[in-house]
Design a protein around this ligand. Structure first.
Ligand code: AMP
Ligand code: GLY
Length: 423
């Protein structure tokens, strides 16, 4: 089967490498892809949000199956358009992708169906938001309703910070229309766990859990980023937490979406916080996480293409989804200055990988046959091993062999997970 993957980051590279292991995978295209993905798929410079361009490409290239990975094309209705053109797709349709596209939708869904989450109030008027903030306690969390490149949540410690955040989102509109409405949310504490799942709307199969490291600097300091590294499994996701999540969060969520006439098919991502009162939902994403996917898919032993087709066709219950008992670690190598200002265009030297090692390229392009940096997060160095501490050591050894001018990585990916394991 000829496959088309929409997107062009490290997550898409990991999806493509896993699809290449699938027994029925034929030619793989990536739109737009990137300079590193080009080693594993034919990349075509069509934007992930260009619905007409993607549909025309799929039709003219005889694509048998499409995988839509990023949030924005999903929220725009890429899956609806491809399916209408007769191209079977992995990913939720527009009606279901709203679970990520509107935080107010997802919050109201959780409230209506009793799914545990932080308490919150919704505002579409900045003055009303401020008068609420004058009475609330701190820290508190302010979130833009719509997609905001993962930067739409701000934790504020004082009324002054809260006023600035409301002004940015609702008045200056730094996230565009996404900030026209905001949520002001109770601040929760506890370890965070990411759980990606496959669901066909009837059956939900959680994948191995993972832990993201969102801040730019060691010790979880500095600015929020798209993710500086991940480990899997997440030691805070114990058997007991897992069972509670299935009962109180995962099944109620797919049932709620069905009851709303918004059946979700694809990868549903649960961003969870394990609070003293039990697991609560911080956010839903309608897609694979980045860089969670880079540690989850290398541990998948079953056939990804088969699972994706079953997810789309409603036959997930009969389809094996098995993960290895190993651990994985992804160390992101970024351009120095990320997530604010950084330079690009530096030539990248990649190490040779052995068994249990992968380089997933995110922000790089080919220039006269040379791979050069083109983004903030340049690549992820990933390793799997029998224990988490071995996986971390191997991932760092691999990341240390990557070179380009200004290469920056955190030094403590996985440290908190190891401490939780008592190692
Ligand atoms: P989000 O964009 O909703 O994923 O939020 C980004 C990050 O902000 C999360 O990963 C948490 O670390 C933090 N966060 C979001 N909501 C809350 C909350 N209610 N309480 C504490 N931290 C939060
Ligand atoms: N790593 C978090 C996300 O993909 O949104």
């Amino acid at each position: 089967m000829d496959i088309m993957v929409i997107g062009g980051g490290g997550r898409e590279h990991a999806v493509i490498k896993a699809l290449k292991r699938s027994k029925n995978a034929g030619k793989i295209y990536c739109l737009p892809g990137n300079g590193g993905i080009a080693a594993d798929a034919e990349c075509c410079p069509i934007k992930a949000t260009d619905i007409d361009g993607v549909v025309a490409f799929a039709t003219s290239h005889g694509i048998d199956f499409a995988v839509v990975t990023p949030d924005d094309p999903l929220v725009l209705g890429m899956v609806d358009a491809l399916e209408e053109a007769g191209i079977p797709c992995f990913g939720p349709n527009k009606r279901a992708a709203i679970i990520e596209g509107s935080k107010i939708f997802s919050k109201q869904l959780m409230q209506k169906y009793g799914i545990p989450t932080a308490k919150c109030a919704v505002f579409d008027d900045p003055d009303e938001a401020i008068s609420y903030l004058e009475k609330t306690s701190y820290p508190t969390v302010i979130k833009a309703d719509g997609l905001a490149l993962g930067k739409g949540a701000v934790i504020v410690n004082s009324l002054e910070e809260a006023r600035a955040a409301v002004d940015d989102m609702m008045v200056k509109k730094v996230f565009g229309a996404s900030g026209s409405r905001v949520l002001i949310e109770e601040f929760l504490t506890g370890p965070e766990v990411s759980v990606l799942s496959f669901t066909d709307g009837k059956t939900i199969v959680p994948m191995i859990s993972s832990m993201d490291h969102k801040r730019a600097l060691d010790g979880d300091k500095g600015l929020n980023t798209g993710g500086m590294g991940t480990v899997a499994p997440n030691p805070y996701y114990t058997e007991e937490v897992q069972q509670r999540c299935m009962r109180e969060i995962f099944l109620p969520t797919i049932n709620a979406m069905n009851s709303e006439g918004r059946t979700f098919k694809g990868c549903l991502y649960f961003g969870l916080m394990i609070t003293a009162d039990g697991p609560k939902v911080i956010e839903y994403n309608c897609r694979f996480g980045d860089p969670e996917t880079q540690v989850v898919l290398p541990l998948l032993e079953s056939d990804l293409l088969e699972i994706m087709i079953a997810t789309r066709n409603g036959t997930l219950l009969e389809t094996p989804v098995r993960f290895s008992k190993d651990s994985a670690c992804c160390v992101v190598v970024a351009s120095s200055g990320y997530p604010t200002k950084y330079k690009t265009g530096f030539e990248i030297t990649l190490p040779k990988t052995s068994d249990g090692e992968e380089i997933y390229v995110a922000g790089a392009k080919l220039e006269d046959g040379r791979l050069v940096t083109s983004g903030g997060r340049v690549l992820g160095a990933v390793a799997t091993a029998g224990t988490l501490s071995k996986a971390i050591k191997k991932a760092y050894a691999l990341a240390d062999e990557v070179s380009f001018e200004g290469a920056y990585k955190r030094g403590d990916i996985g440290a908190r997970a190891l401490a939780a394991l008592g190692e």
